[in-house]
Design a protein. Structure first.
Length: 328
């Protein structure tokens, strides 16, 4: 048994190494100002279009950020989450974790504007990366330079979502492995989890922690009992429609309040609570929850740039889709 475990560990490390080499190699094709000559108005068009949306509906910032995350963690940041299923293939967006994604129409509308200005030049993957950045910036979050030059993938497979996308039920061991496989470290794990400072979740994402955590009608001991009482007032067993703020009181504002919640054992998901189960991620949570001069904004910007380089297609790989929901 011990030998088998060593072999599995060795194979896992080999896989991580291969993915890292692949990610680093392709990411070199990205650069700031990539469209400066081929479509100089691209970033301005995307920023203005995103502003129009977020100024009317600021709660869409969280879904756009989440969509970018879901895209990058499955097959890399290649816009594959935007593709529709076909009669012969079930795509990522129809996997259960992605059924609650919103903002596809926003990306499609921005793409149409960009196509009108510069046909066949700007990828959907780059538009999604920029829209996520711009929407976060517009709700008092950090701004970061987005290296561009991603190409759009032509493949989107539903079952890959379950294998590659971290789940809200994930424990710290699973989270560490899934982030490491994408070239992200423990700090990135803690920082990117902080994206839960904005947005909402359906009760379905955490209701098991309130009523039937181990199948014996019990609650999750890692969740503050007083918070359980409040959440039970909002979420009844079997509730699939009610939305709950992930960062109560400031779910529309990008700030470090998420870490204060996690430190108080009030993170909504098991994956939030899991940050307290590793010394390094716990230290980051405690630091950001207790420091007035928080580094979270700066850290988030840096981790988002790293995440945006995961498994990108560049050069002659992939394509530039005419419509984000369909391959050419």
């Amino acid at each position: 048994m011990a030998t088998d475990q060593k072999i599995l560990s060795f194979l896992f490390l080999q896989l991580v190494f291969v993915l890292l080499v692949s990610n680093i190699g392709n990411a070199k094709g990205l650069r700031i100002g990539y469209y400066h000559k081929t479509c100089p108005s691209a970033e301005s068009i995307i920023q203005k279009a995103t502003y129009r949306v977020i100024s009317r509906a600021p709660t869409l910032a969280a879904p756009l950020l989440r969509m970018h995350f879901h895209d990058c963690f499955v097959r890399g940041c290649d816009g594959s989450v935007l593709l529709n299923s076909t009669t012969t293939n079930l795509a990522e967006r129809d996997a259960i974790p992605n059924l609650s994604l919103r903002g596809f129409n926003v990306i499609d509308a921005i793409k149409a504007e960009v196509e009108e200005a510069c046909p066949g030049v700007v990828s959907c993957a780059d538009i999604l990366a920029l829209a996520a950045r711009d929407s976060v910036s517009m709700i008092h979050g950090p701004y970061w330079e987005v290296p561009l030059g991603r190409r759009d993938g032509r493949v989107s497979i539903l079952n890959q979502v379950f294998a590659e996308l971290p789940a809200p039920f994930a424990n710290i061991t699973q989270l560490k492995q899934m982030f490491a496989a994408k070239g992200l470290n423990l700090k990135d794990l803690a920082v990117l989890s902080g994206g839960h400072t904005i947005g909402t979740s359906h009760c379905l994402g955490f209701v098991n922690r309130l009523y039937n955590f181990t199948g014996r009608g019990d609650t999750d001991p890692s969740l503050d009992p007083n918070y359980i009482v409040k959440l039970r007032q909002k979420c009844k067993p079997g509730d699939t429609t009610t939305l709950v703020e992930m960062d109560p009181g400031s779910f529309k504002t990008f700030d470090e309040a998420y870490f204060t919640l996690v430190a108080k054992r009030r993170g909504l998901f098991q994956s939030d609570a899991a940050l307290l189960d590793d010394p390094e991620t716990k230290a980051y949570v405690i630091l950001q929850s207790s420091t007035k001069g928080s580094t979270f904004a700066k850290d988030f910007a840096e981790s988002m740039v790293k995440m945006g380089r995961i498994g990108v297609l560049t050069g002659n790989q992939g394509e530039i889709r005419k419509h984000c929901a369909f391959v050419n």
